[in-house]
Design a protein around this ligand. Structure first.
Ligand SMILES: [Zn+2]
Length: 222
């Protein structure tokens, strides 16, 4: 991608952050983009679920509100919201690695790549940004092997077909333990495609983490 495009996208986002007055996405108070009281009321206790045999830990944050906050982050570019979302992801990651009996430093975090068109529109990758705001780093190994359709209007079966074989690893990952991290899980097709690509490169996928799991009909964040 052209480096000047990246610089202008980042500069635009920075200026937008300065210009936009703070307004809580949940209660509309002018305290912050997500005020302390709403942050506490949306947060929850991590939940262990499964995608087939893959262990999935969600943050326990209220799914409806997570979707609402993600829309503001992704569609309006309110990147200050990446911090509370990143902290909720961190809580789920800690739970996931503790449940495996593994030190967090021995598990690499990998995020399924967004379509290039999403990056061009937003100027940032939402989940890696959330992780950075929590002081965590995702290993940027997965890339889009081919183009795909926007998932939002697709059925579960169409999503699986749309994503089949779409990701690939840039490098061999022999024996590296990986936790797949995403924002919202609906059908699980994105995480399962990420696992396929990671395992094809030799990684050991030990689990997955997401902010929330929502039924297909309510997913408008991805
Ligand atoms: Zn609030």
């Amino acid at each position: 991608m052209p480096s000047n495009t990246r610089i202008f996208a980042r500069l635009g986002r920075f200026l937008l952050d300065l210009l936009l007055p703070a307004e809580c996405v949940v209660c509309s108070s002018d305290e912050d983009d997500l005020c302390a009281a709403c942050c506490a009321s949306v947060a929850g206790v991590p939940v262990v679920e499964h995608l087939g045999e893959l262990r999935l830990v969600t943050s326990g944050a209220k799914p409806d509100q997570v979707v609402r906050i993600l829309r503001r982050l992704k569609d309006r570019g309110q990147t200050r919201l990446a911090r509370p979302l990143g902290l909720w992801l961190e809580i789920a990651i800690t739970e996931a690695t503790a449940g495996l009996g593994l030190p967090a430093r021995e598990v690499a975090l990998v995020v399924p790549p967004s379509p290039w068109s999403s990056w061009r529109k937003r100027g940032f990758h939402p989940v890696p940004l959330m992780l950075r705001r929590a002081g965590l780093v995702a290993l940027p190994v997965l890339t889009n092997g081919r183009s795909r359709f926007d998932q939002r209007k697709l059925t579960a079966q169409q999503r699986a077909l749309n994503l089949a074989g779409v990701f690939r690893s840039r490098i061999p990952l022999s024996g590296i333990r990986v936790l797949v991290v995403d924002d919202v899980v609906t059908t699980g097709s994105t995480i399962l495609e990420a696992r396929r690509a990671l395992e094809a490169a030799g990684a050991v996928v030990v689990g997955a983490v997401a902010l929330a799991r929502v039924p297909l009909r309510r997913d408008s964040a991805n």
